[in-house]
Write a protein that binds this ligand. Structure first.
Ligand code: UGA
Length: 479
């Protein structure tokens, strides 16, 4: 039986709340701290501020028992052996990460320390943050042997965060001392020993007793860079396949076939090669900018990331132009929209390419009727409901009398649409799919004009012969 550790998690956003629930699930005692009174009250009363699979079950099981919620950081610090900092690191105006919340929390922890503590940075932060936290704590008069600052980045995707946590690909712990490493290893032992997966009530996922997640111990700086570099690499993979999709579209090839062929090379791998309308969310856009900033600060040119961002911006615009080319004019047209969150399976609309496209349509004078299984409330905070922006309760209501239907994120339920019904419901049977959810041949046999991303027939036909091909043709003709 692994040993229980008393843990404080500071910040009850996506990362903090999932980490708190999962640590409790692994058998530890957890105090989750937030300075937002209303949020703490809601959590104490059984409410959950975010949409995340398995989180209600985990918190329902552990609340009152293994997880407490409080606003009192001092008491939580004193009760805990390890304190995880999981507060927000928003993007500053300059593009770098704004670390003022981390700074404030570190100072308060320092003022509360009364015995040895392991302070764990879990928020995504630039390299050197660990060192800064250590300096802040020392400046507050805490002796060196009373604490260690470590880095334990998270690799959780929204929507599948609980499974990603409990069935991690890897657990990275960046520490400078063996004393702190021992505490972190103890915390993750229920997973790394396989013990967690033996329990009948374990959350199901890819890991198991015989295949537990590996722990990778590194320096604190390497751990910090691993997080930024991983997100930047994944964003690069997406921008790469999006540009390849644009080439496929122009050349008349199918990007899905190309991605499959590339992904079968084990050095490339099949994941994150889905072409679409670009990446969004609270992580990739912010982390790519922050990593670019880190590179700049240490004097390294990382123009590749600028290009990744540029491709991502252009991909949304390109999709918007595709809608325009299908409809000719916009003013007064009714567009049905499926999906508002930055991807399926979440209610998060931060940096959502879907919302970006909806805003462009509204700006052009379209009437939008939109459906998202979870993001409606959050979307309404950004685009209030009006005569021009209508929120509806199901996909068919979104399609009702619409001049075209756009698919802007990849909720699983969209894959099960009743196309016969949709065909009757739409004013014109035009579907423009920004996530390549359907097979173009099937869609056209069902009577739809179906445009998607990077596949034959993905856009209205233009010049079919690329100009680079012409000189060679001429030469061949001469011979
Ligand atoms: C991402 C990373 O995947 C996590 O590992 C990381 O921990 C997290 O950021 C974070 O730093 O907190 P998340 O933002 O939840 O997770 O979402 P992803 O599933 O990675 O998707 C990001 C965006 O890329 C979405 O807009 C998605 O639609 C898009 N995407 C993803 C594609 O366009 N194509 C793909 O093949 C994959």
């Amino acid at each position: 039986m692994a040993k229980q550790v008393s843990i404080a998690v500071v910040g009850s956003g996506y990362v903090g709340l999932v980490a708190a629930a999962c640590f409790a699930e692994m058998g530890h005692r957890v105090i989750c701290v937030d300075n937002d009174d209303a949020k703490v009250t809601m959590l104490r009363e059984g409410g959950i501020p975010i949409h995340e699979e398995y989180l209600p079950q985990l918190l329902g099981k552990q609340r009152q028992n293994m997880v407490e919620f409080t606003t009192d950081l001092r008491a939580a610090t004193q009760a805990a052996e390890a304190i995880f900092i999981a507060v927000g690191t928003p993007q500053s105006r300059a593009g770098s990460a704004d670390l003022s919340f981390v700074d404030a929390v570190a100072s308060e922890i320092a003022r509360s320390i009364d015995s040895y503590k392991v302070i764990v940075e879990k928020s995504t932060v630039p390299v050197y943050t660990n060192e800064w936290i250590r300096r802040v704590i020392e400046r507050n008069g805490v002796p060196k042997d009373m604490f260690d600052v470590t880095s334990n980045p998270e690799f959780l995707r929204e929507g599948t965060a609980v499974v990603d946590f409990l069935h991690a690909d890897r657990i990275v712990i960046g520490t400078a001392t063996e004393r702190a490493a021992e505490v972190l290893r103890r915390i993750y032992e229920p997973l790394t020993s396989g013990e967690y997966y033996r329990s009948g009530s374990a959350v199901p996922g890819p890991r198991g007793e015989d295949d537990p997640p590996p722990i990778l111990q590194t320096s604190t700086k390497a751990a910090e860079i691993i997080k930024h570099a991983s997100n930047a690499f994944l964003a690069t993979k997406i921008s790469f396949i999006n540009i390849v999709a644009n080439i496929c579209e122009a050349a008349g090839a199918d990007v899905e076939e190309v991605a499959r062929g590339m992904g079968m090379d084990t050095r490339i791998g099949p994941k994150f090669l889905r072409a679409g309308i670009g990446y969004g969310g609270s992580c990739f856009p912010k982390d790519v900018a922050a990593f670019r900033h880190v590179a700049e600060q240490v004097g390294v040119e990382f123009g590749l990331l600028q290009e990744v961002e540029k491709i991502n911006e252009e991909q949304k615009l390109r999709f918007f132009q595709k809608v325009r080319s299908a409809l000719w004019t916009f003013r007064g047209k009714k567009i049905g929209v499926l999906g508002l969150a930055f991807k399926g399976g979440t209610d998060d609309i931060r940096e959502s390419p879907a919302l970006d496209i909806v805003q462009r349509l509204l700006h052009e004078g379209c009437i939008v009727s939109a459906y998202d299984p979870a993001a409606e409330q959050r979307a309404k905070d950004v685009i209030p409901s009006s005569k021009q922006m209508i929120y509806v309760a199901d996909p068919y209501a979104a399609a009702q009398d619409a001049d075209a239907l756009l698919i802007l994120n990849d909720w699983r339920e969209f894959a099960e649409l009743d196309f016969k019904r949709l065909h009757h419901t739409l004013r014109y049977p035009i579907i423009i799919d920004g996530r390549n959810m359907f097979d173009p041949t099937t869609m056209s046999s069902l009577g739809f004009t179906y445009l998607s991303v990077g596949r034959p027939g993905s856009s209205q036909p233009q010049d079919p012969i690329p100009t680079y091909y012409l000189p060679r043709q001429r030469e061949a003709a001469k011979r």
